[in-house]
Ligand binder design. Structure first.
Ligand code: BGC
Length: 749
């Protein structure tokens, strides 16, 4: 497609038309200009394509394979697996004529209550970045676009279309933006979807700082920005700010607005042309890569179950209660055994191809009884169900309870009100514990729940929302056909009020104060040394791993050189398994406030019994740096950092200290408010300032010219403008000093 030539031929009205969708899922076509339309579809973990479905009168959602949701896939920490899943989804799109899959969704899990956490990846930006990058690569290798969403700071559903996320720039840069940044720099998604909310008072859809400066100028994004569905307020401002495509359409009402704005000069035609060009390029990209594709739903279902097998997290296994043996008599209890919770509500909801429950497979695994025990849709104790379940449990060797959140608890558009499981489930679990039989709880939930009975049950298996094959995966893990290898991509606080956003969630007066700043998830719990139910990165296996021989390629290096870290991991148990090795960096330089440590690498190793493999991590400047708003850049201060390698954020096996050298020291910002301590603390200004102070102090008499340690401590927090109150010095002299300091610093840069 000759994009530039088409733009030149288009009338103003045609241009205004093509920058908005048609219906919910299509772009505008212009046959006379040879511009076809394209269709987009949710996303992220399966196709929710609208189409004419045989036997139905209206447009309906096609049947598709529901892969595990991101809350689950994140726990695999397996980027290759994510890429493979991306290929499968891409192939389905290609066969179904869908140009863009609306995902991945990478918003950070700030509060466990966010109704959409099940669709999001992690509380950690590095994990969210790596996993989404892999998925984008997979989908796009099939000639299909992705739409990384929701850009940005959309971390709750409450008032999501209106409220303003009040976040300081450093927190945005270090927590809420890096997953987008990494995916854009490393995988170039074809599109980005802006979020509904405002950021510091400006709607994302009208935010030139976000959509132009950060996204395009700094990160080099060259694709299309589309709105979230209905996220457009002032469309004219949006075009000027870099929002290319409004989704869905506005029924033409914004077409008129755009035309008028160009005609009266409020919107430059150049800005409109940029948006038009980006839409046409997207259409062109799809048709240029379009090819015949087929896929077999059966095969993709099997794949979805395989992915689920890699995601399950074994949280507790006292006395090796698991795996179950085929000989034991097992009481299966809980409606989720029969009707698994495997996906969340809202735009990602799939018309699933085939949902397999654990119960439907139980016969193949061993001897069992099944009782619902409680309703899986409402929170009400049903005495009869409970009595039957307790009776069956009394006859069994082991009890496996399928607990979790009913579907209505977790959905797009609203947040949870609390972090508890339905009381009827907790009640029955407590009763079952009293039987004295070992109890294993399998959880089906999209986000952490409080587990008041955690210390009294023998086993806990976190299945999350594991997609339509979750039943197959759970049974394989319970009976040891699969050795669980997932680890948590989020912390499980003991109770909701432990969460750092608790006091400011969901906000008030249409503002959400991100007062906890950088201290999200484990960055808070670990820095605060607070007990958690299960830490970030935690998960057990049926085998055991030994770590040894941590080594670094060099002990001191410049930030640009970086360092390579390796550790050997040996499977010392008697069955094959996989270990997710994690690397955290702790800044010891004291250059600013930082979390006690941050994840900067992970690696999943598959190991046969007795086998040893090496996990290797390459750390670059970003692994050590923080975002310095004053300099508008990433900064890794000179000094000591501890590299920690371990099994979870709370289970560090080895540490090694390294040093960064050669980073350009940051000069102090010179104005009348700069403090003497800042000047004395910087190699740029120390000698100069000492001379000054000596000079002015000696005006009191020659014996006063010395600056000893105590004097230095006393004047440390004194801004230079206040020197006049303590030294014989005039305002004019201070102004001269300020200018001289500026020149002195500049001469050294
Ligand atoms: C959601 C998006 C989704 C879109 C289209 C919106 O409400 O926030 O994630 O892609 O609808 O269904």
């Amino acid at each position: 497609m000759e994009v530039d030539a088409i733009v030149k031929k288009m009338t103003l009205e045609e241009k205004a038309h093509i920058v908005e969708g048609v219906g919910f899922w299509w772009t505008q076509d212009f046959p006379e200009l040879s511009v076809p339309k394209i269709q987009v579809s949710d996303g992220p973990h399966g196709l929710r394509k609208m189409d004419i479905v045989p036997g139905k009168e209206e447009m309906s959602t096609i049947t598709a394979v529901c892969f595990p949701a991101a809350c689950a896939t994140a726990c695999s920490f397996d980027t290759e697996l994510m890429e493979e899943m991306g290929h499968d989804l891409g192939k389905e799109c290609q066969a179904e004529d869908v140009a863009v899959l609306l995902g991945p969704a990478v918003n950070i899990k700030r509060s466990p209550l966010c109704g959409r956490n099940f669709e999001y990846i992690s509380e950690d930006p590095y994990v969210a970045g790596k996993m989404s990058t892999a998925m984008i690569r997979g989908v796009q290798a099939e000639g299909i676009g992705t739409s990384i969403k929701h850009f940005a700071a959309n971390n709750q559903e409450y008032e999501r279309m209106y409220s303003s996320a009040e976040v300081d720039e450093r927190t945005l840069r270090e927590i809420y933006l890096p997953a987008f940044e990494m995916a854009i720099k490393e995988a170039q998604p074809w599109t980005v979807m802006c979020s509904y909310n405002k950021i510091n008072g400006v709607y994302s859809s009208e935010n030139p700082w976000l959509l132009k400066q950060v996204l395009r100028d700094e990160w080099g994004f060259d694709g299309l920005v589309m709105s979230d569905w209905g996220a457009v307020g002032d469309r004219v401002k949006g075009v000027a700010a870099g929002l290319d495509l409004e989704m869905p359409g506005s029924n033409g009402t914004n077409v008129k607005r755009i035309c008028k704005a160009v005609q009266d000069g409020t919107l430059s035609e150049e800005d409109l042309d940029t948006a038009v060009t980006n839409v046409l390029r997207l259409i062109d990209r799809f048709y240029a890569a379009k090819h015949e594709e087929t896929f077999v739903r059966e095969a993709d279902h099997a794949k979805a179950a395989d992915v689920a097998r890699e995601c399950i997290v074994l949280l507790k296994n006292d006395g090796k209660v698991l795996p179950l043996s085929g000989e034991e008599k097992v009481a299966l209890i809980g409606g989720f055994a029969e009707n698994p919770r495997y996906q969340g509500g809202g735009s990602s909801h799939i018309e699933s191809f085939r949902v397999v429950s654990a119960l439907s497979l139980a016969e193949r695994y061993g001897s069992f009884t099944y009782n619902r025990g409680f309703s899986d849709t409402k929170d009400e104790i049903e005495e009869e169900l409970q009595t039957e379940a307790l009776a069956a449990a009394g006859e069994a060797d082991k009890i496996v309870v399928f607990a979790g959140l009913p579907e209505s608890f977790e959905s797009e558009s609203y947040d949870r009100e609390h972090m508890q499981l339905p009381a009827c489930q907790n009640h029955l679990i407590e009763q079952l514990i009293k039987t004295g039989k070992p109890v294993v709880v399998v959880l089906h939930n999209g986000a952490p729940v409080e587990l008041p009975w955690a210390d009294s049950v023998a086993g806990i298996v976190e299945a999350y929302l594991g997609g339509e094959g979750v039943g197959e995966a759970v049974m394989d893990v319970l009976y040891g056909k699969v050795n669980p290898s997932g680890k948590l991509a989020e912390s499980f606080p003991i109770k909701l009020s432990d969460n750092p956003s608790y006091l400011n969630f969901p906000g008030a007066a249409h503002k959400i104060n991100y007062a906890e700043g950088l201290f999200v998830g484990y960055r808070y719990y670990d820095t605060k040394q607070m007990a958690v139910r299960f830490p970030f990165g935690y998960g057990l296996s049926y085998t055991e791993f030994r770590y040894s021989n941590l080594r670094v390629s060099r002990e001191s290096f410049t930030a640009e050189e970086g360092v390579t870290v390796s550790v050997d991991v040996t499977n010392i148990g008697d069955r094959a398994g996989k270990e997710i090795v994690q690397l955290y960096v702790a800044d010891r330089t004291g250059s600013t406030i930082r979390p006690v440590h941050e994840l900067k690498g992970f690696c999943k190793l598959a190991l046969e019994p007795g086998e040893t493999k090496t996990a290797q991590f390459v750390l670059d400047k970003r692994a050590f740096a923080w975002y310095d708003v004053e300099q508008g850049d990433w900064y890794a201060a000179n000094g000591a950092y501890t590299i920690e390698v371990g099994r979870s954020s709370r289970d560090i096996e080895y540490t090694v200290e390294v040093r960064i050298i050669g980073s350009k020291e940051k000069p102090p910002l010179i104005d009348m408010d700069v403090q003497l301590g800042e000047l004395l603390g910087s190699p740029y200004t120390r000698e100069f300032t000492l001379e000054l102070i000596k000079k002015y102090l000696s005006r009191f008499g020659p014996e006063n010219g010395e600056v000893d340690a105590m004097t230095e401590a006393v004047i440390r927090f004194m801004p230079i403008h206040s020197m006049r109150s303590f030294m014989p010095i005039t305002n004019e002299e201070i102004e001269e000093i300020c200018e001289a300091l500026k020149k002195h610093v500049e001469s050294q840069l």
